[in-house]
Structure formats: structure tokens, C-alpha cells
Write a protein that binds this ligand. Sequence first.
Ligand SMILES: *[C@@H]1O[C@H](CO)[C@@H](O)[C@H](O)[C@H]1NC(C)=O
Ligand SMILES: *[C@@H]1O[C@H](CO)[C@@H](O)[C@H](O)[C@H]1NC(C)=O
Ligand SMILES: *[C@@H]1O[C@H](CO)[C@@H](O)[C@H](O)[C@H]1NC(C)=O
Ligand SMILES: *[C@@H]1O[C@H](CO)[C@@H](O)[C@H](O)[C@H]1NC(C)=O
Ligand SMILES: *[C@@H]1O[C@H](CO)[C@@H](O)[C@H](O)[C@H]1NC(C)=O
Ligand SMILES: *[C@@H]1O[C@H](CO)[C@@H](O)[C@H](O)[C@H]1NC(C)=O
Ligand SMILES: *[C@@H]1O[C@H](CO)[C@@H](O)[C@H](O)[C@H]1NC(C)=O
Ligand SMILES: *[C@@H]1O[C@H](CO)[C@@H](O)[C@H](O)[C@H]1NC(C)=O
Ligand SMILES: *[C@@H]1O[C@H](CO)[C@@H](O)[C@H](O)[C@H]1NC(C)=O
Ligand SMILES: *[C@@H]1O[C@H](CO)[C@@H](O)[C@H](O)[C@H]1NC(C)=O
Ligand SMILES: *[C@@H]1O[C@H](CO)[C@@H](O)[C@H](O)[C@H]1NC(C)=O
Ligand SMILES: *[C@@H]1O[C@H](CO)[C@@H](O)[C@H](O)[C@H]1NC(C)=O
Length: 414
Amino acid sequence: MEPSRLLAAVFIAGMAVVGCVQAVTFEVKEANSTCIKADFSALFSITYSTSSSKTTVQVRLPDTATVDARSSSCGTGGSSPSLVAVFGRGHALGLTFSTNGSLYSVANLTLQYNLSDTLIFPGANSSNVVTDLSSSVGIWAGINTTYRCVSPTTFRAELSNVTFSDMRLEAYMPGNELSPTESVCAADKTGPTAPPTTATPTTKPPAPTPPGMPDRGSYSVNKNGTICLLAQMGLQLNISYVSRSQNKTIQDLVNVAPNQTVTSGSCDANRATLVLTQEPATTLSFTFTLNSTSNKYHLSGIVLTANWSDMATPFSARNLSLNYLQSSVGYSYMCNAEQTLVVESTFSVNTFKLQVQPFGINTTQFATAEECQIDQDQMLIPIIVGAALAGLVLIVLIAYLIGRKRSHAGYQTM
Ligand SMILES: *[C@@H]1O[C@H](CO)[C@@H](O)[C@H](O)[C@H]1NC(C)=O
Ligand SMILES: *[C@@H]1O[C@H](CO)[C@@H](O)[C@H](O)[C@H]1NC(C)=O
Ligand SMILES: *[C@@H]1O[C@H](CO)[C@@H](O)[C@H](O)[C@H]1NC(C)=O
Ligand SMILES: *[C@@H]1O[C@H](CO)[C@@H](O)[C@H](O)[C@H]1NC(C)=O
Ligand SMILES: *[C@@H]1O[C@H](CO)[C@@H](O)[C@H](O)[C@H]1NC(C)=O
Ligand SMILES: *[C@@H]1O[C@H](CO)[C@@H](O)[C@H](O)[C@H]1NC(C)=O
Ligand SMILES: *[C@@H]1O[C@H](CO)[C@@H](O)[C@H](O)[C@H]1NC(C)=O
Ligand SMILES: *[C@@H]1O[C@H](CO)[C@@H](O)[C@H](O)[C@H]1NC(C)=O
Ligand SMILES: *[C@@H]1O[C@H](CO)[C@@H](O)[C@H](O)[C@H]1NC(C)=O
Ligand SMILES: *[C@@H]1O[C@H](CO)[C@@H](O)[C@H](O)[C@H]1NC(C)=O
Ligand SMILES: *[C@@H]1O[C@H](CO)[C@@H](O)[C@H](O)[C@H]1NC(C)=O
Ligand SMILES: *[C@@H]1O[C@H](CO)[C@@H](O)[C@H](O)[C@H]1NC(C)=O
């Protein structure tokens, strides 16, 4: 028995904000005193090999992650203090600290992931546990201060990228609570949306702002090295689900963020599918079908699966007999106006500034567009208004001429 080494590890799941990022709190303790405390959310972008190609997946550090007491340490035995958070089926995130007496820093950032986890790494050609290390991490702060970085910051390793946000941490702690003095990272100082530096360590910025227009994303699917499906669009999900925090069904509008979306898909002669994945928890797919008799195509299927932190149960909606976005082979389909694609009573997709071409792509660009009826109607409006104005001018002119003739005549009779 080792009485000096009583290592306790505690984790507190951060408050899950409705439909939004969750931060997780980790604490490494030894002999009743806390040496490392950290509070952050993390997103991992990992590239792995499948039998045919390389794929990139995005994985969020879940709020069920816990401190691994066996591999975390306060560094009393001469080793470096480290925080190791484990999650899922054998995945781990490790932060190792070092200090020179006046500053402390994250010396190594380690991401370990288990390719046998087919939920996260479907089709991986290996079942290894991979360890990816980044040793030039720019996280440092003065001793007895809390490092704070609300802005997302990305660190690159060989096969993965780790993006931290909403981060507060301290190592070599003088007490059991985060020091009130903060060392603010460069991104928070220069960022236009930097929150005030007086923020207390435990408060989280409020998040429930209704989304504006979604960003327009450019997506493409390759087959055999050439592009077989092209799409540009802004996407907004309109989804009704049972909220865990509110204990009732709520309707949520969520924008798809193109820069956090991984694209995949497939193309056959009569069928093309675009799959958009945002983190492990949201997957949206569009299937287009070609009728080779009529040489027309349409959007025939939409499937959404989502498992957000606030959902009481995982959400899924599918409709494979839709008939949207019809156009002809050799043309792209375009609709600048907002369109609502109803999938099920609980789910619809709003599209903005959409242009797609799922078949007959010869180059890397869209073919001539067939435009949707709403756009054509909207183009008619200025024509109608113009015609009406011209008519009005004509009537006024005629009225004036008649009036002039009358008053002329009046003069002559005088
Ligand atoms: C830890 O704290 C408990 C209660 O505060 C106390 O009884 C115990 O002696 C402490 N252990 C050590 C090693 O300081
Ligand atoms: C990796 O995942 C597989 C399947 O989920 C599991 O059997 C195995 O124990 C995991 N490996 C580790 C190191 O946790
Ligand atoms: C610790 O490192 C910083 C930055 O490299 C340096 O400015 C400082 O003087 C060092 N402190 C000590 C005690 O070596
Ligand atoms: C960081 O990782 C490198 C390479 O594995 C290792 O040599 C070094 O000792 C590690 N540093 C710390 C502080 O653990
Ligand atoms: C997996 O595929 C990559 C390339 O696609 C290859 O380099 C690697 O050796 C393969 N690994 C296994 C275990 O087959
Ligand atoms: C990591 O980021 C770099 C630069 O942004 C990017 O080129 C690279 O593809 C990313 N790697 C992964 C696995 O996402
Ligand atoms: C940090 O705080 C502890 C306890 O308050 C104090 O003993 C130590 O000198 C401080 N270190 C620095 C570098 O300020
Ligand atoms: C593309 O696919 C065709 C038939 O499906 C095949 O004959 C050809 O070799 C493939 N080209 C490449 C570059 O893989
Ligand atoms: C949720 O609401 C239902 C009825 O509306 C109620 O029976 C249940 O106790 C509530 N659950 C919680 C955790 O508040
Ligand atoms: C994604 O794009 C949005 C809006 O353009 C931007 O605010 C955000 O910082 C970007 N996020 C990343 C991780 O690039
Ligand atoms: C294809 O189009 C033709 C002509 O419009 C129609 O008769 C036929 O039913 C369509 N086929 C399918 C599978 O929808
Ligand atoms: C694409 O190529 C086919 C034959 O290779 C041709 O018939 C068709 O007109 C081309 N389409 C476009 C948009 O260039």
C-alpha cells in the first residue's frame, strides 16, 4: 500500500446549454488538495484510413468524459503533472504540464483513439489504438493564475486536430479553486467578440440566440477521383424534439455550419447521395434520383439523425419518397429564395441560395441552371411594377394632353 499517493479524481459534467456546446470540468487531486482543474469543451478532427480511402471525422469530447485516476497525476513522484480524460470505448485526451517556477504550460497534448470503435470510425481498416501527440502547444500562464481562452483554438497533431473552446484551467494550484487572476489568451484579447476580462471562472456565456441566415457552404462528392455531385447552399434545420432541460417538446432552428461539416457521399448511375456530418452527433443526407427515361432528376430522400446533449432521446427522421428540386440532366437546379423542404412533421430543412447538380457533371463547375418557380416569380415582380409604372405615366400624360386641349379650346371660345 502507498499511503502518500492518495489520488482522487472528480468530474462534474458542465451544464448543457440548449442545443449548444457543453463544457466539461475535470479535477486532479492528491491527498485532498487539487493540483489541476480544467473546464473546457473540445472538438477532435481525426483522419483515418478505410479500405479504399482516407476519411476525416469530427468527434466532440462528450460530457460523460471522466478523469482517469490511474494515469492522471499531480507529479509528486518526480513525473510531470498530467490530466487524462477518458471517454467512450478507449479514447483519451491527455494534458501534461511543466513549469519553470514563474510560468506553467501544457508541454504535451495527447489524443488517444480506438479505431475499433465503429460508431465513430466506420469502415476503419485497422483496429489499433492510435496515440497522436502535439508538443508545441501554446497554452501557458503565470503560476497562481488561471489560463482563460473562450475563443476556439486549434492545435495540430500528426493525424488529428484538437480545438478547445471555453477553456479555463490551472495547474500547480495554490488552493483548491481556480485562481481569480486570469491569464487571457491572445485570441480572446484581439477577438472582436472577446467577453469582458472580469468574468468569473464559473459562469458560462449565455448561448440561446436565434440563428440568422445560415452560411452558404460548398459541398462536393467525388467518385473515382472526379466530382460527381456539386452543391452550394445555406442550410437550416427546423426540428422538434423533447428537450431534456425543459422537459417538453421544443422547436429548434439550427444552422448548419459549413466549416464544421464533413462531406461524404456516393454516386451511382441513377442515384447520388450527399452526406453532411457535423460532429458525431448530427448526420444529414440528401439522395437524388435520376429517371433515365425522362432524363430528369429530383431530390428523393432526406435523412437526419441527431443526438444533441439536450435531446431526451436520439432524434431521427427520414422520408425517401420526396419530390423536390426537379431539374433536367445536364442542368443544375438553382433557387436563391428560401425554400422549405418538409421531411416529417417533426423535421424540415430550410434552404437558402441553393444550387445543386447531382448528375452529368463534366467539369468542376455547375452547368446552366434551371431556376425554381419562386425565383422566376420574384423576377417577375420588378417587371410587373415597371409595367404598371409605365402605364401610370402614360395615363397621366394622356390626361394632361386632354386637359391641355380642353383649356385651349376654352381659350378660343372666350
Ligand atoms: C482529507 O480530508 C478529510 C476531511 O476533510 C480528512 O478527514 C482527511 O484526514 C484528509 N486527508 C488527508 C490526507 O489530508
Ligand atoms: C477498443 O474498442 C473495442 C471495441 O469497441 C473494445 O473491445 C476494446 O476494448 C477497446 N480498446 C480499448 C483499449 O479500450
Ligand atoms: C520562465 O520562462 C519565461 C518565458 O520563457 C521567462 O520569461 C522566465 O524568465 C522564466 N522564469 C524562470 C524562473 O526561469
Ligand atoms: C512530451 O513528449 C515527448 C515525446 O514523447 C517527451 O519526450 C517529453 O518528455 C514529454 N514531455 C512531458 C513534459 O511529458
Ligand atoms: C489501411 O489503408 C492504408 C492506406 O489506405 C494503408 O497504408 C494501411 O497499411 C492499411 N492498414 C491496414 C492495417 O491494412
Ligand atoms: C488540421 O488542420 C489543418 C490546417 O487547418 C488542415 O490542413 C488539416 O487537414 C487538419 N487535419 C485534420 C485531421 O482535420
Ligand atoms: C503562489 O501562491 C502560493 C500560495 O499563495 C505562494 O506560496 C507562492 O509563492 C505563489 N507563487 C508565485 C510565483 O506567485
Ligand atoms: C474509374 O472507374 C472505371 C469504371 O468504373 C474504371 O475502369 C477506371 O479504372 C477508374 N479510374 C480510376 C482512376 O480509378
Ligand atoms: C416531465 O413532465 C412530465 C409530464 O409533463 C412529468 O410527469 C415528469 O415528472 C416530468 N419530469 C421531470 C424530470 O420533471
Ligand atoms: C466558422 O465560421 C463562422 C462564421 O463564418 C466563424 O464565426 C467561426 O469562427 C468558424 N469556425 C471555425 C472553427 O472555423
Ligand atoms: C420516369 O419518367 C417517365 C416519363 O415521365 C415516367 O413514365 C416513369 O414512370 C418515370 N419512372 C420512374 C421510376 O419514376
Ligand atoms: C458532358 O459531356 C457529354 C458527353 O461527354 C455531353 O453530351 C454533354 O453535353 C456535356 N455536358 C456539359 C454540361 O458540358
